[in-house]
Design a protein around this ligand. Sequence first.
Ligand SMILES: [Zn+2]
Ligand SMILES: [Zn+2]
Length: 342
Amino acid sequence: MKTLVLQEPGHFILTDTDAPQSPAPGEALVRVVRVGICGTDLHAFEGTQPFFDYPRILGHELAVEIVAINGETPLSVGDICAVRPYMNCGECIACRQGKTNCCENLQVIGVHYDGGMREQIIVPLDKLHPTPGLPVEQVALVETLSIGAHAVRRAQLQTGEHTLVIGAGPIGLGVAQFARAAGAHVIVMDINPDRLAFCRDGLGFEHTIDARHSPEEQLRALCDGDLPTAVFDATGSSKSMHQAFMYVAHGGRLIFVGLFKGEISFSDPYFHSHEMTILSSRNATAADFEWVIEALTNGDVSLAGWITHQATPEELVTVFPGWLNPEAGVIKAMLTLESRVR
Ligand SMILES: [Zn+2]
Ligand SMILES: [Zn+2]
């Protein structure tokens, strides 16, 4: 079967591999239909992803069709599903508390071991989320949106709460939309005017702030003179994450959705005086996936305009390097493996 392998940084090959054997008990054999491309994949290609081994079959944002099932499940052959790609151990303290997203022994499909950039894979049944009626392109983005949904659930936003989302990339756009769905008053901040324009015109966020122009003044103007009580940073930028402390109201909370390879430091008197709560948010749980699928189905969140680039396996080998160029204007790129399904 067709398989895309990232041989080493900068070098994809399209090759043939053996199809998987029939599924073991508790597993399904699935056909991969669409694969979303995200920052992790781009960093792996560039060779800047920490702790990454080559060669590797990438692909963790998956829309799949069930081909065969082994075990008791409400799922059926032919169902189109999103895949929750976080393989947890089921035994550590996080797993025992239902926090499978931050398992001590977490392994992510397509990151820590081979993923979905091939025609068929085997997936545990409990990692499959059926998506009746959703277009396959949206199904492949359920994982990305779930990261944002999880961060919003972590923050326990109040209705009408002044909420700032820093970073208008795919993760930040998900955070912003789920914060709005949770009833918050959302402001989006970025340094890229095109992305802010997309937030306003494409997603209907009235309040956006260009972080390069007196952001604190702009924030206070939009929050009745105060600062926001919930601030999400979805940039993965050290500079932005340090600056984010300055945007949190007294008594507020700061939620780091992105991450960078390094340390965060802050003034303890400042932190103390604000009685600030800092939260990290990692991956997503089954409940987050269910929320995303429901929100997409009933139109609470929109993916219109997100998918800016698509490629077949044959095309991907040559077009992928171009997707790294900021000039390409990629919001979300996608690998198209199978065109016969909905
Ligand atoms: Zn991703
Ligand atoms: Zn675990």
